[in-house]
Design a protein around this ligand. Structure first.
Ligand code: PTJ
Length: 243
């Protein structure tokens, strides 16, 4: 039992949730360590959405709305932490959702898909093919899903697939707390923020931005500025950590 007045209540509840989903086989043990890395970076950015991340989320909304075939790629951690928020974003953006796992087994694919569907997410199904040039199972995807998409939102991505997708000319949006990760640096657009904070911001912008704003938002951004701002914020916080 975690007391509500514990200063790290939210963090401890999230860990408890992930541990439960790990026991159920939705999250992997590796996913728990990935979450820990994320938490460390969240400390460094101050555990709140930075202004540059909010702007990046606005651009993400414009990219999703301007896409012909937008898709959200969901892994175990994302399903466990943010199934309801994925449902809201799917509604607001019209994007498809495909489950794509690094630690892929048929059983996990089914568990993660069922978990999402029970929360109202429409999940693409079909026969996966090894279409992406990767030696691991993230190369498996649906021809009518990720393969055909022009804009792909990949929360908590591994760098390999991000690189493969951008090399194939896809627009890749990544949500990653680590601005130094390969995914963050390889993506077309990176939102350096915590997944459950970033998704509702993208959803809100999908509902709020005017159609005439979309083309300039979707074209006029420089991802290096977003990454640079996140790194500057981390440096500033470290410089003043003991003030
Ligand atoms: O469910 P699977 O089998 O597809 O596996 C999923 C994991 C997360 C294990 C897999 O994709 C993986 O190994 O990811 P990486 O390469 O460790 O990358 C995860 C990135 O997400 C790291 O850079 C973390 O800093 C970041 N991260 C972790 N939790 C969050 C996060 N970023 C945003 N919000 C979070 N909650």
């Amino acid at each position: 039992m975690i007391p509500k007045d514990h200063p790290r209540y939210h963090s401890l509840k999230t860990r408890e949730l992930l541990a439960r989903y790990a026991a159920e086989g939705i999250v992997t043990l590796e996913g728990l360590t990935a979450h820990g890395r994320g938490e460390a970076f969240d400390y460094l950015i101050g555990e709140k959405t930075m202004e540059s991340a909010r702007q990046a989320a606005k651009v993400a909304a414009a990219l999703l709305l301007s896409a012909e075939r937008p898709i959200i790629s969901v892994n175990g951690n994302t399903a466990a932490l943010a199934a309801d928020q994925i449902k809201d974003l799917q509604e607001a953006s019209g994007a498809d959702v495909e489950v794509n796992l690094f630690h892929r087994t048929k059983e996990r694919m089914e568990k993660v898909s069922r978990h999402l569907e029970e929360r109202g997410v429409r999940v693409l199904s079909g026969e996966p093919e090894r279409l992406l040039p990767l030696s691991h199972d993230r190369g498996l995807c649906l021809r009518e899903g990720i393969w055909s998409a022009d804009v792909i939102l990949v929360p908590l991505e591994d760098g390999d697939r991000c690189q493969a997708l951008t090399a194939l000319g896809r627009t890749v949006i990544v949500i990653d707390l680590n601005p130094l990760s390969r995914s963050a640096r390889e993506a077309t657009l990176t939102i350096v923020d915590e997944l459950t904070r970033a998704l509702p911001v993208i959803t809100r912008y999908c509902r709020e931005i005017e159609p005439h704003q979309i083309p300039s938002l979707a074209r006029g951004f420089d991802n290096r500025l977003f990454l640079g701002d996140a790194l500057s914020q981390i440096c500033r916080r470290l410089e003043h950590a003991l003030d």
